[in-house]
Design a protein around this ligand. Structure first.
Ligand SMILES: CC(C)(COP(=O)(O)OP(=O)(O)OC[C@H]1O[C@@H](n2cnc3c(N)ncnc32)[C@H](O)[C@@H]1OP(=O)(O)O)[C@@H](O)C(=O)NCCC(=O)NCCS
Length: 186
């Protein structure tokens, strides 16, 4: 499937994305703002394993970011469970050569709209490090609201970080009405 967002195309992953994606992902400046789950150094085998892990997903929750036919980054939703099953965390990265062109702002907007309209979610949140000014700006431009500061909540590369909690809530979401198929007593 594809989401067209003007400056980029978001589509489901293909095996052939592995080579170019590994080249863009193999960058300490990218890794420094991501979970340790994202490998560093990052090689083609890492990309192949990731692509294999997400291609069977239904519905699609992970997209490769494509600019001028080049796969240059990734954006994904991690679904909540149990009482948080109508929430997801959004995570994203793009190769350094593509920073500052408005690409991630468009991608976050498109995936958030997809989460509400196609996955039926009520809430999408993100946890950028408090000093990740570019990511904070992306979230604010995409309409996310800062809900809090999680002090000393993460450790990355030997440094303790605070994380901001940003979230977008589905337009017209109401506390009174359970989503379709959910009885109030469930
Ligand atoms: C964060 C990241 C996704 C941003 O992607 P991008 O495509 O460059 O984002 P955009 O171009 O849509 O917007 C970036 C905004 O941040 C601003 N910005 C960039 N660096 C900044 C800084 N150091 N201080 C303040 N603002 C900054 C840009 O000027 C732009 O805002 P503007 O449009 O008002 O000028 C990209 O830098 C990245 O992949 N970083 C590494 C991984 C990462 O941090 N992922 C997010 C984890 S929460």
């Amino acid at each position: 499937m594809e989401l067209q967002c003007g400056v980029c195309l978001l589509r489901t992953w293909r095996k052939s994305d592995a080579g170019p994606i590994a080249r863009h992902a193999n960058d300490r400046e990218v890794w420094l703002n991501l979970r340790d789950l994202f490998p560093h150094p990052y090689n083609t085998a890492h990309a192949v394993a990731y692509i294999r892990s997400v291609t069977a997903q239904t519905p699609t929750r992970s997209f490769v970011i494509v600019v001028a036919d080049e796969p240059v980054g990734g954006i994904a939703l991690r679904l909540g469970e149990d009482i948080e099953r109508y929430s997801a965390e959004i995570g994203y990265w793009i190769g350094r050569a593509y920073w500052g062109r408005g690409i991630m702002t468009a991608a976050v907007g498109a995936v958030t709209a997809y989460a509400f309209a196609s996955l039926g979610l009520l809430r999408v949140f993100a946890l950028p490090f408090s000093d990740n000014a570019a990511s904070v700006r992306v979230l604010e431009k995409a309409g996310y609201v800062r809900e809090g500061l999680l002090r000393c909540s993460a450790i990355k590369a030997g440094r303790i970080h605070d994380q901001y909690l940003y979230a977008a809530v589905r337009p017209n979401a109401s506390h009174d009405l359970a989503p379709a198929g959910e009885s109030p007593a469930a």
